[in-house]
Design a protein around this ligand. Structure first.
Ligand SMILES: C[S@@+](CC[C@H](N)C(=O)[O-])C[C@H]1O[C@@H](n2cnc3c(N)ncnc32)[C@H](O)[C@@H]1O
Length: 338
């Protein structure tokens, strides 16, 4: 049987209390509508929740892990049509389709309009391999994220469209110790991330080997922030980073039974910079030491400062509040409806 995504209370809380208020706020106050590109899964839970604000969906679903069948892809295609959601489903991993420009069905992939909502809702690690048609298993996630940002930029320059868009990335809070040590080597890190790395290593250092599971979110936060700031440099994208969110994903079945799935979720509001600007800008200042958010009791969101992070202020965590506190510059010039 094809393994499909099963929702869980924590994920539903992140969707409903973290993502949705911001999407609704940007839609009602600034008229932003969403062209979604991402991984909605066969049940399209996120897309259905935001359907009234979505104009089009570009979705990806790989062949079934067990036998390479297309049950999940077919189910997603069917469910999208049944719900009357305009868009396109590609059969293949997001990585392979955006990099090779074709899917397992031979459908060509190009970007024709600016995407305003990326939901790269991965189930596994940031550096997990994907199965490709011709190249075996490859770590293509980093390159694929670079590629969609290049596509987005070319599309914006040639066709025009909205200047702002949202990028959401979710991955398992897990990585091999050797890998993350390499990814965070000083030669790869920019100033902020290097200082944060030093600070956190002194408090909660990375092991030399083995898997780091749920214990060093500071390292993945540093990696993600360092990586996106460098990817954003060339298309000249400025960005407001929202607090990192930690939650428990759906447990995974293994031969040893069910195991926990600690997850990390990042949300970034991006804006194409002016051609005349020398560099992009990133907000808030000192993002890396700002506290993370967790799903607490009764499906609420609470601050949960992790290694290297400062304590929270008094207000409860909320994306619209974060935008009003730190978003004046990124929203500068955007037309308000109300
Ligand atoms: C976490 S679920 C999606 C959940 C959905 N976004 C939501 O909010 O309920 C991820 C879905 O994408 C598929 N998927 C996982 N990794 C993928 C990849 N690299 N490329 C394309 N699809 C992927 C999974 O099979 C699954 O259906």
């Amino acid at each position: 049987m094809a393994r499909t995504f099963t929702d869980n209370p924590d994920k539903s809380t992140v969707r409903a209390l973290w993502n949705t208020p911001l999407l609704r706020h940007l839609n009602s106050q600034y008229g932003i509508r969403y062209r979604y590109l991402g991984l909605p899964g066969t049940d399209l839970i996120d897309v259905n929740l935001w359907k009234d604000m979505i104009d089009e969906v570009i979705a990806f679903e790989p062949p079934d892990a067990d036998d390479g069948g297309k049950r999940a892809y077919n189910a997603l295609t069917y469910n999208m049509r049944k719900a009357g959601i305009p868009g396109h489903v590609y059969c293949g991993s997001f990585e392979e389709v955006v990099l090779l420009r074709t899917d397992f069905e031979g459908q060509g992939y190009t970007q024709e309009k600016v995407v305003t909502l990326y939901n790269l809702d991965f189930c596994n690690e940031i550096c997990s391999q994907v199965q490709t048609q011709e190249h075996g298993k490859r770590v293509w996630r980093f390159d694929a994220i670079r590629q969609v940002l290049r596509d987005q930029s070319e599309c914006f320059r040639s066709v025009g469209g909205p200047r702002h868009f949202i990028l959401m990335i979710t991955v398992r809070n897990q990585i091999g110790a050797r890998k993350i040590r390499d990814y965070l080597s000083p030669s790869r890190l920019q100033g902020d991330a290097r200082a944060f790395y030093r600070k956190c290593s002194a408090i909660n250092s990375l092991p030399e080997s083995g898997a780091v599971i749920g214990t060093h979110s500071w390292a993945l936060k540093a990696l993600l922030h360092n990586m996106l700031c460098s990817y954003f440099g060339n298309p000249n994208l400025s960005a407001l980073f929202f607090p990192q969110v930690l939650y428990q994903g759906t447990k995974v079945r293994t031969s040893a039974g069910f195991i926990d799935s600690p997850m990390l979720h990042w949300l970034v509001l991006c804006r194409f910079g002016e051609d005349t600007a020398p560099t992009p800008e990133f907000w808030p200042n000192e993002y890396l030491v700002k506290p993370s958010v967790m799903v607490g009791a009764n499906n609420s969101l609470v601050w949960g400062a992790q290694t290297g992070e400062d304590g929270p202020d008094n207000a409860a965590p909320d994306t619209v509040g974060w935008l009003s506190q730190h978003g004046a510059s990124i929203l500068n010039g955007i037309g308000r409806l109300n």
